[in-house]
Design a protein around this ligand. Structure first.
Ligand SMILES: C[S@@+](CC[C@H](N)C(=O)[O-])C[C@H]1O[C@@H](n2cnc3c(N)ncnc32)[C@H](O)[C@@H]1O
Length: 283
């Protein structure tokens, strides 16, 4: 467990994940019925972009800072509104360098009866997470393995909500574990929304994840990817993906507006790319 998200907070991959997360939360809030989010690998909840970790990599400069500079074109910008509002809320409360992670974004979107379960195994990070969620009784921070948290909490009592799976991808078998744990959870709760984050360093691994999901007979997917064309010499991540299972019905349309604009804005080389592909059971 060497991974520290503080080095990567606010980078292009976080921006994609967090913008899509806030769109999903906005859709869940469109109905009165309460929801629950299970955030299996929650991180610290809130990050400080002025910290030593963040200043060592400066990844946020090619992420959230690009969106701070100016709005996206037209309708894409309108879709950023819940994310921008949460970002402003975090900065207003915690200073200009604050960057909200997934549990903070969920808490920001919650209504009185909505609930969050956030699991984080790294002890120091867990302390930060618990502090970020404070005494809010709607939120439960758990210092346990995210896969145990997932197995123990689906289906949620509300029968409505999201599972965000965002592991560190430190182990060689993490794609296989993600696929197996997701498929098992989906068997117990087939109607939940699931967002599966993954890096794209090896095309075959990302394609294998999708193949494993399809082989389990799971349809109604939305495959979202951006590649910022990061130069080889700079190292690090160039592309990232999210597979959204049971996406809210307008999410594909929204992503089709957002991804071209985001991949342009976050580009690090001349050929940024994106994928926005709805996949349905009937093909
Ligand atoms: C990519 S970060 C999470 C970022 C967060 N979801 C966000 O968007 O703000 C992955 C986190 O998983 C934690 N982690 C690693 N192994 C874990 C496990 N088995 N169970 C739960 N958390 C784990 C790491 O300490 C790290 O904080």
């Amino acid at each position: 467990m060497n991974y520290r998200h503080g080095f990567h907070a606010g980078n292009f991959a976080d921006v994609l994940k967090h913008v899509i997360l806030t769109r999903i939360l906005a859709h869940l809030n469109a109905k009165d019925a309460p929801w629950r989010v299970i955030d299996t690998h929650a991180g610290a909840g809130r990050y400080d972009l002025g910290s030593e970790e963040a200043l060592r990599t400066h990844e946020w400069k090619d992420g959230v800072a690009r969106l701070d500079r100016s709005p996206l074109p037209g309708p894409a910008e309108a879709l950023l509104q819940p994310w921008r509002e949460a970002l402003s809320g975090a900065r207003a409360r915690h200073g200009a360098d604050a960057y909200p992670g997934s549990p903070w974004l969920c808490r920001h979107a919650m209504r009185a009866d909505d609930r969050l379960i956030a699991a984080e195994l790294h002890p120091q990070t867990y302390k930060k997470l618990a502090a970020a969620l404070g005494r809010d009784t709607r939120c439960k921070a758990l210092a346990i393995d995210g896969w145990h948290a997932l197995r123990g909490n689906v289906p949620p009592r509300e029968r409505r909500g999201l599972v965000l799976i965002d592991p560190p991808f430190e182990q060689h078998d993490e794609f296989a574990v993600l696929a197996a744990e997701f498929v098992a959870a989906h068997r117990k709760w087939p109607t939940g929304i699931y967002a599966l984050w993954h890096p794209i360093k090896d095309r075959r691994a990302a394609d294998g994840l999708l193949a494993a999901i399809s082989a389990a007979g799971i349809g109604r997917l939305l495959r979202l990817e951006i590649d910022v064309d990061r130069p080889e010499a700079a190292g690090g991540l160039s592309a990232t993906g999210l597979i959204v299972v049971n996406p809210p019905w307008r999410l594909a349309q929204e992503a089709a507006l957002l991804l071209p604009a985001l991949s342009e804005r976050l580009a690090q080389g001349p050929r940024p790319r994106y994928t926005c592909e709805p996949i349905r059971p009937d093909g």
